[in-house]
Design a protein around this ligand. Structure first.
Ligand code: ATR
Length: 265
């Protein structure tokens, strides 16, 4: 039986085992998917387990998407560009890191028929998932990207790999068509992003990478201002689908049942 893992800290909240085990069963694959709470010093031994084929693949979540890179033999093009890895596997004796978050976000936006082309985006947060969101926006033809992070240095560091970013002070708000919460603010139900949304206007998209809770205060602000709003659940499903395909060579179905199944938690 092949073994797969999601590693992170915290990792308790992860729905990856649920979705992967569902697809493993559906596709009659002899495998199991578990979650493992790690600290930085444990990464090396997990990678060794992949080398020795005790483990056959891992998903990487917060806060290891970047720090796992030095332990790998090779990266996909998009993992190198974003300096962010969420999927690891062994191929031809080498341990490879890939990034399915970029395509996951792209598919999620396509799925709601929001046309990104020539629009202005405002990204909140410069942590682990931000580079993937930004690369996906660029791929989809965004015209401008504003980035704001509480710790401005981290936003400035991202600008070093993506020079066209326009850095905005935390608390300020530029004119945008799509605003994306890529911070962890909202995971707790009383978390609030302190921005003045009173003048945002209409026909905007509020997108939150967070999917639990289903509707963060940020998304509710989108709703109250009469705008479109979407949580990160479909991005989560699409990134999982692409990881599954990398490992098992089968593209599992990402239908409405999946979203419903994940809701019942
Ligand atoms: P990491 O920062 O280690 O990559 P992450 O979960 O990927 O971890 O990112 C957390 C993001 O949420 C960061 O952008 C973080 O801002 P800082 O870089 O200033 O820490 C943001 N964040 C978390 N708590 C926040 C808060 N209370 N107010 C504003 N931003 C917050």
């Amino acid at each position: 039986m092949k073994k797969y893992l999601v590693i992170g800290n915290p990792v308790e909240h992860s729905l990856s085992p649920k979705i992967h085990n569902y697809w493993i069963k559906k596709n009659k694959i002899d495998a199991i998917y578990e979650k493992k709470l790690l600290t930085e010093k444990d990464i090396k031994s997990i990678i060794n387990d992949i080398i020795n084929e005790k483990i056959h693949g891992i998903n990487v979540t917060v806060p290891f998407k970047k720090s796992v890179i030095p332990f790998l033999d090779g990266l996909s093009h998009i993992a190198r560009e974003t300096e962010s890895v969420n999927t690891v596997y062994k191929k031809d004796g080498k341990i490879i890191g890939d990034n399915t978050d970029v395509k996951g976000f792209e598919n999620a936006i396509k799925n709601i028929n929001f046309d990104i082309k020539d629009k202005k985006a405002f990204v909140l947060g410069a942590g682990g998932v931000a580079p993937s969101i930004i690369f996906a926006l660029k791929k989809m033809g965004i015209s401008e990207i504003f980035l704001s992070n509480r710790t401005k240095d981290k936003a400035e560091n991202l600008k070093k790999i993506i020079p066209e970013l326009q850095i905005v002070n935390w608390g300020e708000m530029p004119i945008f068509d799509i605003i994306i919460n890529a911070t962890s603010l909202g995971l707790k139900s009383n978390d609030e992003i302190k921005l003045d949304f009173s003048k945002v206007g209409s026909n905007k998209l509020f997108y939150d990478v967070i999917y639990s809770p289903e509707f963060t205060k940020f998304l509710l602000r989108g709703k109250e201002t009469g705008n479109q709003f979407e949580n990160g659940k479909s991005m989560f499903v699409y990134q999982a689908q692409l990881s599954f395909e990398i490992w098992h060579g089968i593209k599992p179905k990402a239908d409405k049942n999946i979203i419903e199944m994940l809701k019942n938690d």
